[in-house]
Ligand binder design. Structure first.
Ligand SMILES: Nc1ncnc2c1ncn2[C@@H]1O[C@H](COP(=O)(O)OP(=O)(O)OP(=O)(O)O)[C@@H](O)[C@H]1O
Length: 539
């Protein structure tokens, strides 16, 4: 047992021993250091010291740090995105600096962590510390500065398994739930650097352009869509089946994606239906203009930088700059495919890489002319569902009348019957009907305007039909006349040819033949059958 008195006696001795031990250790280290400096070449020495440093710190440290990069290769890192969403809810009053922002279309002010800012969290009695950081590095031939953003997650070494197996999955799930709660659907489009709109922290970088996002504020829903109720129901059921079939897709070894081809005349609601789908599923929209993509590899990079649970939209596929008809030419002309994105590049991507590296993806193509598309686009597996959006029907009108004028189906306006009758025989798009209904809040006035429009359209269509009929009749007459003229010309040509032939058939009649008779008609003309030349040959 120790007593304080014992210690009192020993203290100076222990302190001096410790001091002399430290002094000799320090001298040794200095000696070793100067020897190393003399004997070991510089690059090797730096490597050696950093290795020793690493061994000492990892041996004595009780902390463990995970680095969560923004990108995993070329794809966005889901853990990073989840942490970004999750940590916004964890920012505490002690935080000293924050990024705040608001764009005109955003309702609320958004906050985000600034560089080197830290956020503390606790999970199942494990204390964790998140730190946001970034470093810039130069890439490409032009040495462009690219900002590499990442989170550092630090915690006690002994909780490594718990953090990896329980905490991070919890963060991922929580972020999904937060996103669903916030119900913000975003519309992403390609922006060129530099862009003033690059203030949204969800923007994603990609080469000389990036996906810039705004909140999708398209009010279209399945309730507001003027479509046949059966068609609506079929689309909603198809999407519901798709999103709940994660396990099914895994089981059958198919990529979890679905393709929709929307086709129909302009103004029939193709874009509105896409917005309704995004609002229903709460999926972000990526609006891709293929004409802005300069090669297949660029297309691949752009598509890889889209996220899961999203809808990729390519509108007017028949006239968007890709060769939608001539697939064979794609492979033949390499220089072509280097200059711009090709249809085959897009299809290969849908079938291959993009399918296998993304989950819950929907791709929507729209076209006004389905017949102009390469048949390769159409088989199931590529475009699973073809949706025809056509002219307004009576049931479509009822939905629009309810949306725009508040006319309930069971409390019909006196003009509704007439309108429905006219609509059945008129090619009028929902867009045209909607525009007419928007002209006034007064139902009488707006519906009368629609009646007038439908009557006018009918009259124009009737006139066009008559003009067409007339044109067809004239064309038929012209063709008949042409045929008759051709026939006549042919007959004359034939007759001439026959005359020529006869010309050549010289009848050599002996001059002395007394039996030669020339048949005469009543009119005194010789019979045409005898109209050949008679050359009299002296016998
Ligand atoms: N089926 C519909 N239901 C409700 N509103 C519609 C419908 N179709 C068109 N509209 C209205 O008309 C406007 C234009 O329609 P939209 O852009 O969706 O048509 P589109 O078929 O995509 O046309 P385009 O081929 O020219 O892109 C919409 O903003 C919407 O107000």
């Amino acid at each position: 047992m120790f007593s304080l008195n014992d210690m009192k006696g020993q203290m100076p001795t222990t302190a001096s021993t410790l001091f002399s031990a430290y002094a000799s250790f320090a001298t040794c280290m200095m000696l070793l250091r100067s020897m190393a400096k003399e004997l070991i070449p510089e690059p090797f020495r730096t490597y050696l010291f950093s290795a020793i440093n690493y061994l000492l710190t990892s041996f004595f440290s009780t902390k463990f740090t995970l680095i969560v990069d923004e990108h995993s290769g070329m794809i966005r890192n889901q853990v990073y995105d989840a942490a970004d969403v999750y940590l916004r809810t964890k920012i505490c009053p002690s935080t000293e600096r924050l990024h705040v922002g608001k764009t005109p279309r955003k309702k609320a002010i958004s906050v985000a962590m600034t560089k080197y800012e830290e956020v503390a969290d606790t999970f199942d009695n494990v204390k964790l510390r998140w730190r946001f950081s970034s470093e810039s590095k130069k890439v490409g031939k032009k040495n462009k500065n690219v900002e590499k953003r990442f989170f550092e997650l630090t915690f006690s070494k002994r909780h490594k398994d718990k953090v990896l197996n329980s905490y991070l999955p919890f963060v991922l799930a929580r972020a999904e739930a937060i996103k669903d709660e916030q119900k913000v659907v975003k519309l992403y489009t390609r922006h060129l650097w530099p862009s003033s709109s690059h203030d949204d922290d969800d923007d994603e970088e990609e080469g000389n352009s990036y996906w810039g996002s705004v909140k999708l504020e398209h009010p279209s829903t399945f309730e507001t869509m003027a479509m046949e109720p059966e068609l609506k129901r079929a689309i909603v059921e198809d999407m519901d089946r798709f999103v709940r079939r994660r396990e099914f897709y895994k089981k059958v070894g198919k990529a979890w994606k679905r393709g929709y081809l929307l086709y129909g005349p302009p103004g029939t609601g193709k874009s509105s239906l896409i917005a309704a789908m995004a609002n229903y599923l709460k999926f972000n929209l990526y609006d891709l203009e293929l004409a802005s993509i300069y090669s297949d590899s660029h297309l691949r990079r752009v598509l890889l930088s889209t996220t899961n649970r999203s809808i990729l939209v390519i509108e007017d596929i028949d006239c968007c700059g890709v060769d939608a008809r001539n697939r064979a030419a794609d492979s033949k002309s390499k220089s072509d495919s280097e200059d711009r994105a090709t249809l085959s590049g897009l299809l290969n991507f849908i079938d291959g890489l993009w399918s296998s590296c993304g989950d819950e993806r929907i791709i929507v193509f729209t076209t006004n002319h389905r017949d102009l598309l390469d048949p390769a686009l159409l088989p199931p597996g590529r475009m699973d569902v073809h949706i025809h959006l056509s002219y307004c029907t009576a049931s479509g009108f009822r939905i629009l009348a309810s949306n725009y004028l508040g006319i309930a189906v069971d409390n019909r306006h006196r003009l509704c019957g007439e309108i429905e009758g006219l609509i059945a025989s008129t090619e009028v798009t929902p867009a045209e009907v909607a525009e007419e209904l928007m002209k006034s809040d007064d139902a009488d006035f707006a519906l009368q305007g629609l009646v007038n429009l439908l009557k006018w359209k009918n009259a124009v269509a009737e006139r066009k039909k008559l003009a067409n009929q007339e044109a067809t009749a004239q064309e038929t007459k012209k063709i008949a006349n042409q045929e008759a003229t051709e026939q006549e010309t042919k007959i004359i040509a034939n007759q001439e040819a026959t005359g020529q032939e006869m010309d050549n058939k010289v009848a050599e009649v002996p001059f002395h033949l007394p039996e030669l008779h020339i048949l005469m008609h009543d009119d005194g003309l010789p019979s045409p059958s005898l109209c050949f030349k008679i050359r009299l040959k002296p016998s």
